[in-house]
Each structure stands twice: as C-alpha cells, then as structure tokens.
Design a protein around this ligand. Structure first.
Ligand SMILES: [Zn+2]
Length: 312
C-alpha cells in the first residue's frame, strides 16, 4: 500500500516513501533528529484579554442565527468570526485558559458540541484542533474547529477518489484491507473497533491515525468515548516524548451514497512553543508539499509499546 526507496547518505539512510491510494509522499530522515531543535521551553500564555475565557466569551464571541451558543458540559460552541469554510464553528473546550490534563468528559463534551454545530449542514464535515500557538492556534485557550464544505479539502479528497477507484477495481473497501494489513503489523499501536496506528507515509512528525468503523458524522456518538480514550492515550504518549503541541483532524464523509470512504483521524506532533519562533515547517512542507519526517512510523510504534510496558 506504500513504497519505500532507500538512499544511503553520509550519516545514515534517507527513505522516500509514497502512499499509493493518495499519491502523497514524504522523506524519512532519522539523522535529523540529532539536531535536537525541539527543546522543552515552558511558555506561559496569559489569560489577560482572552476572548475564550468565561468572563469575555459572552461579549466577545458571536451566536448562531437563532441567537444561541451550543453548551455541552464545560464546552461552548459558536460560529467562527473569521471563517475559512462554508460553515465554520469554534468550540471552546474548557473554562480554564490552560488545561493540564484533558479529561475524557471534557473532550467528549467538546466533540459533541462541535458535532451538534455541524450536523444540519450539507457537505463534508471535519473536526479539527490546533493545540498551542506553535501548532497554529492563534488563541492559546484550547478550542476545536468544525468545518463543513461542499467539497472535501485536498487530503480527504485524495482518499475519496482513491477509495472509490479501489472499490471499483478490487471490489473491496480500501479501509478494510488497510485494517487487516496494519493490525498486529509493525505500525499497530492499539484498539480494535477503532484501530490506532503510526501512519506509514506520515504527513508530520509522529503521525498517528485512527481508523473509525463508520462513514458519516451522525454515526460517531456510540464510538465517541472510545475515540476520546484513544486520543488521550496519544496525547499522553506525545507528552512522554516531550512534545506538547499537536494538530488533529477527524474527517467524515457527507451523508448520501457510500462510495468507499471511511472516517479517519490524523494527529501529528508539532514543535513546542519557543521564544524565538523556531518552526518545524520549512520549504519542504510548505512549498514542495513533501514533509521531512524524523521518526520512522515503525519507530513510533516501537516507542509506544516500550512506554506502555513501563507504565502501570
Ligand atoms: Zn482564555
């Protein structure tokens, strides 16, 4: 389902990887991790003037056309003031400006709120999270973003068209075949109904994918707690490796005909917030559209297993 071409370099080995279903590629260059650019630098984000803190939120954020915001547990959902999708909502996850440990309830409530804000829209929905400013969050206060568009964005679009062709050509679901190949393979992390694995051709550092046994957002509720438990496991794993910031996207199909797509989530670790604005994205990621990855997916899985064995 993907190809690996190796090239010996002065210091070690460079891999070119390519995923067949999407045609996307990346480079794996483990030597580059020795640069050690990702130092853990504690950066505190002041809650002063934060529009997502409870004292500001009612006056600083908009309401839906009916005059309401969606409240589920601690979470509050409202339209994005500066949308970049046909329908774009924001879900503030917590009352606290800084959250040490996201509880299962807190995350599940926030996802529920986000889903509720998207469920009546026609199109392709996704739930997204930039955690911390170094991962692209313009406000440090933890929040999800829900999008619905008449067309899927580039990555899910590649899977939609690839999986449709796959189904026509092979008569089977790409996702079923991927599951059976990855289960108990060198990139498998955990889970059964929802299968968590290190993605073979990563889009970013330590990319973890969750393959969900569902297609549309309306089918999510029975799997929500299991998904959140998995997400918290991955967040804990990232933290144990010294990275706090991450991006998350969870993609769904639109309602209607099943053409072979299944919902999946992608999570990538991002560089920690740092005082000199050192970035983990360069011309390769932004202009060549071919990320340079430091940790091979098989090593991500190996590290995950080692950490799990050590923890009680
Ligand atoms: Zn705040």
């Amino acid at each position: 389902m993907f190809s690996v071409t190796e090239l010996k370099t002065g210091e070690g080995t460079l891999q070119y990887r390519r995923e067949w279903i999407t045609g996307l590629s990346c480079r794996v260059s483990p030597e580059r991790i020795k640069r050690g650019i990702d130092q853990s630098v504690p950066v505190a984000y002041s809650p002063n003037g934060c529009p997502f803190c409870p004292d500001q939120l009612p006056s600083a954020t908009p309401v839906f056309p009916g005059g309401e915001r969606i409240i589920v547990g601690e979470s509050v959902t409202f339209p994005n003031l500066f949308p970049f999708a046909a329908w774009h909502t924001v879900t503030v996850i917590s009352r606290d400006h800084t959250v040490g440990d996201f509880s299962r309830e807190m995350l599940a409530d926030a996802i529920r709120g986000s889903i509720r804000s998207l469920q009546d829209q026609k199109g392709y929905p996704s739930l997204n999270w930039n955690y911390l400013p170094s991962a692209g969050a313009s406000l440090a206060h933890p929040h999800l973003q829900g999008l619905v568009d008449p067309r899927p964005s580039l990555l899910p679009e590649r899977y939609h068209s690839g999986c449709e062709q796959y189904l026509r050509g092979w008569g089977s679901l790409y996702w079923d075949d991927l599951r059976s190949r990855e289960r108990d393979g060198p990139r498998y992390l955990f889970g059964d109904e929802i299968l968590w694995l290190a993605h073979a051709v990563p889009l970013g550092e330590r990319e973890v994918r969750a393959l969900l046994p569902l297609r549309t957002m309306g089918e999510m509720e029975p799997f929500l707690d299991t998904f959140v438990d998995g997400l918290r496991k991955v967040m804990g794993f990232y933290r144990s490796l010294g990275t706090a910031a991450f991006n998350l996207s969870l993609f769904f199909d639109r309602r209607g005909e099943d053409k072979g797509f299944r919902a999946f989530a992608s999570i990538i670790a991002r560089i920690n917030p740092n005082p000199i604005s050192l970035s983990d994205s360069s011309f390769m990621e932004r202009l060549h559209l071919e990320p340079v990855i430091l940790t091979a997916p098989e090593d991500v899985a190996r590290m995950f297993r080692k950490k799990r064995q050590r923890s009680p």
